[in-house]
Design a protein around this ligand. Structure first.
Ligand code: TYM
Length: 332
């Protein structure tokens, strides 16, 4: 079975619909056909301001949402990144074959440091994509299911793997992105020009996996739509409606052209009402299950510890090979 790896940051109490449609849903499906490794990227979350108690809670909450959405800790290796120390050692080695200019071209650093200025951003935020490359390469993953915003990081990962292999001998598999062709980017309901994001400036624009049905319905009914009244996908002129159509289609499985036909002449309100029910039907069981899991953190920690042990077996094998290739003495 080909191997899949992916991760998500515990940067909020709840994941959002972009995480679910862009990635998590694919993670669940790929368990049927792939050997799967999924993790909570807590090291990535300390690259920006954070609170330790909150981080601890969010790490568990993120893992709980993975399981609630259908990641099966028996079939998948489910773990917390910081419980596998090998990623950090590989990050150092890869950092030493990454060009400073190359890292400077990563757009996410530019975006995330835009607010405070690069001067005040952390070095961790700067080297973030190198850690992500280590996450992927240490498991020899064939495929990485992510949303569209991670595309540039995957390219860097491939470049680093190729460079290392050329210089030190074939060590890493070159991973492929697995980016859903449709709905790889879900936009903010209040600002359809911005991707839905935990750091987004419109709380009303973010559909959270743990939202109760009441607030969910409200957010969807108040989503920004476009002038006119036609329900038609047109990214240029109708970005708001297009985003809602994509969300509906991704969750219901009904193709966008059929939705357009079915809602021809119906008006935004009717469409949004149905969309709200589609979203609630998808998320309600996830929210319920996540709550149950979070009520027993000891059991959750036990599952995660078992996952970390399995992950370490693979990670340490790759790392041993890397150490040998680059001329480090074997650890005593
Ligand atoms: P993160 O935590 O920002 O996002 C987790 C996943 O959700 C996807 N995503 C979206 N997809 C569609 N529309 C959106 N609005 C949207 N917002 C987020 C992301 O593409 C991602 O797949 N660097 C990664 C975490 C990471 C990782 C890795 C991923 C660390 N190491 C190794 C894969 C492999 C990140 O910050 O994702």
């Amino acid at each position: 079975r080909p191997r899949v790896l992916s991760g998500m940051q515990p940067s909020a109490d709840s994941l959002h619909l972009g995480n679910y449609i862009g990635a998590l849903r694919q993670w669940v499906a790929m368990q049927e056909t792939h050997e799967t490794f999924y993790f909570v990227a807590d090291r990535h979350s300390i690259t920006v301001d954070f609170d330790p108690a909150q981080l601890r809670h969010r790490t568990r909450a993120t893992a709980a949402q993975f399981i609630a959405a259908g990641v099966d800790p028996e079939r998948s290796t489910l773990f917390v990144q910081s419980q596998v120390p090998e990623h950090s050692e590989l990050t150092w080695v890869l950092g030493c074959i990454t060009g400073f200019g190359e890292a400077s071209r990563m757009t996410q650093f530019k975006d995330k440091s835009a607010k405070g200025g690069a001067e005040r951003a952390s070095v961790g935020l700067f080297t973030y994509p190198v850690l992500m490359a280590a996450d992927i390469l240490i498991y020899q993953a064939h495929q990485v299911p992510v949303g569209d915003d991670q595309r540039q990081h995957l390219e860097l990962t491939r470049d680093l793997a190729e460079r290392f292999n050329q210089r030190f001998g074939r060590t890493f598999r070159l991973p492929e992105g697995f980016i859903p062709p449709q709905a790889a980017r879900i936009y903010d309901l209040q600002d359809p020009a911005a991707k839905m994001s935990k750091s987004g400036s419109h709380p009303q624009g973010i559909v959270e996996l743990l939202d109760e049905p009441g607030p969910l319905r409200k957010k969807i009914m108040r989503a920004v739509t476009d002038t006119g009244s036609e329900i038609r996908a047109d990214k240029e002129n109708k970005p708001g409606v297009t985003n809602l159509l994509n969300i509906h289609s991704a969750l219901s499985g009904e193709p966008v052209p059929e939705l357009e036909k079915r809602f021809d002449g119906a008006g935004y309100g009717t469409f949004k009402k149905e969309l709200a029910e589609v979203v609630i039907d998808t998320l309600a069981p996830i929210r319920e299950r996540a709550k149950e899991l979070l009520a027993d953190p000891a059991e959750l920690d036990r599952l995660l510890a078992a996952g970390a042990a399995r992950a370490r077996a693979q990670a340490s094998a790759t790392l041993a090979q890397v150490r040998e290739r680059i001329g480090f003495l074997a650890p005593p």
